[in-house]
Structure formats: structure tokens, C-alpha cells
Ligand binder design. Structure first.
Ligand code: SF4
Length: 251
């Protein structure tokens, strides 16, 4: 089924987590669960209709999305099309959605008025990439995620950098964020592709190990830091959507 589309303008009332939520207690409760059990507990048992998944349909996304489809293929999945994605990523999105039978993939885009006002030449990424990420990623996501309060991400500790100490569950602003693959190794991810015959992103064979917007992504080669090809030549290593307290937010 092709992905559904919704614009960034919708802004339903945000739900709220119980004020007494104890993240330490929750972490201990979830610690014995394997990844399948964790996802079932979160999506089906604890937070039905309150959980959303974000994905880039990048180099490793298929692994998390397979587990999501197995748990509940109707789980809302938000995909951010910044307008600067590789054509191969869009093709791969459609292929994976069909392959996995996901039924609620929402492709969101930046607000055209924001782009016309703040990035009329389309070159903001060259001189202010943090602001470009704010415009093309943070703002549309804020709208798309407003109806949810539990957010599942596919980040892993082996990505290094800020992710090296990633917990399985954390509080990020008003969201309970769940990182079910946090403790998966690079080898385990590779095995998941091999064991299940999952299709690979077409750019993998061209040396890309982490795939984002084309102006800010290069092949990263083999054997090194898997996100080395992101924002090459800059000290920026994250787009900032997962940075606590809007760390990369220039406003
Ligand atoms: S990754 Fe680059 S092009 Fe994409 S939103 Fe961020 S700065 Fe802009």
C-alpha cells in the first residue's frame, strides 16, 4: 500500500504522560524484555494509540520497521521528506512499505511558506545547517508528533558520538522516547538483514552507511564511524531532532 500523506499544518492537542512517570522504574521494568517483548509492551499493552515511530528509510531502518510490522502493522510511522532526499530513499520507502505491509506510513514535508520566507534560494544548508534542519525537520515533526506522547526511534549505541550511551527508554521533553535497538550491535543489524532477506537501501552498495539529505551526506567507506558521511567537513553530527531541550535549535 502506498504511504499516506499529511501536511505539517495539523496540530492536534498534545496528550500528556502521567506526571508521576518514573523513568528509572520503567527502565528496570523493561530491562528483562527482549526487543519483541519491549515493542509489544509499549505499542500494544501500555500505550495503544499513543505511540509513533519515526524513520528515515535509511541504511538500517528496515530492521526496526520489520519488528514494528510484526508487532502491529497499523502503528503510525512518520517519515520526513525534507525535499532534499535521494530519489533512491523515496523508492526504497515505497518498496519497504509494500514488503512489510505497513498501513499507516505518514510522509510529512516542510511548510512551503516557511521555505519561501527563510530559504528562498534553497541554500540555507550551506551557511546555516542548524537552521535548515530546524526548518525542514524539527518544525514539521513537531506538528506530526503532537498527537502522540510515546516516540520510538531506531538509534543505536554503536553509532557512537552522542548515541554511545543511549538508554532504551528516556524522557525527551514531553515524550517518553523508546529506543528498542539501542543495545543492538552492528553485527546483529547485519545478521537481521541476512536472516530475513530484507531489501537493502540502494545506496549501501555505493559506500553510504548513514543516509540523510543529499547536500549533507557522503559515502563513509567501510570499517569506520558509520555516520562519518553526515555533514562532512562540519562539527555537526546530528540533525537535532533527538537533542534534549532543542540543543541544535538556533532560536
Ligand atoms: S540535513 Fe542538511 S539539507 Fe537536510 S535539513 Fe539538515 S542542513 Fe538541511
Amino acid at each position: 500500500m502506498p504511504p499516506s500523506t499529511s501536511g505539517p499544518s495539523a496540530s492536534p492537542s498534545p496528550a500528556t504522560l502521567p506526571p508521576a512517570l518514573n523513568i528509572g522504574a520503567l527502565d528496570r521494568l523493561l530491562a528483562p524484555l527482549n526487543t519483541d517483548q519491549l515493542l509489544r509492551q509499549v505499542i500494544v499493552d501500555a500505550f495503544p494509540s499513543r505511540t509513533v515511530v519515526t524513520t528515515s528509510f535509511g541504511a538500517e531502518s528496515a530492521v526496526l520497521l520489520t519488528l514494528i510490522a510484526k508487532t502491529d502493522p497499523a502503528t503510525p510511522v512518520v517519515f520526513l521528506d525534507t525535499g532534499y532526499l535521494f530519489a533512491q530513499t523515496l523508492t526504497y520507502r515505497d518498496e519497504l512499505v509494500r514488503h512489510l505491509g505497513l498501513t499507516d506510513v505518514r510522509t510529512i514535508t516542510p511548510d512551503p511558506g516557511d521555505l519561501a520566507r527563510e530559504d528562498p534560494e534553497g541554500d540555507l544548508h550551506k551557511h546555516d545547517p542548524d537552521r535548515c534542519c530546524r526548518l525542514r525537520k524539527h518544525l514539521p515533526l513537531e506538528n506530526a508528533l503532537a498527537a502522540f506522547d510515546v516516540w520510538i526511534s531506531g538509534r543505536k549505541r554503536f553509532h557512537g558520538g552522542d548515541r554511545a550511551s543511549l538508554p532504551r527508554v528516556e524522557i525527551d521533553g514531553r515524550y517518553l522516547k523508546v529506543n528498542p535497538l539501542a543495545d543492538w550491535s552492528e553485527a546483529a543489524i547485519a545478521r537481521a538483514f541476512t536472516d530475513t532477506g530484507l531489501p537493502r537501501h540502494p545506496l549501501i552498495e555505493h559506500g553510504f552507511t548513514s543516509i540523510g539529505c543529499f547536500p549533507c551526506t557522503e559515502p563513509s567507506g567501510t570499517g569506520g564511524y558509520s555516520r562519518a558521511g553526515r555533514w562532512p567537513g562540519r562539527d555537526k553530527t546530528e540533525c537535532g531532532i533527538h537533542a534534549p531541550n532543542g540543543r541544535y535549535n538556533p532560536e
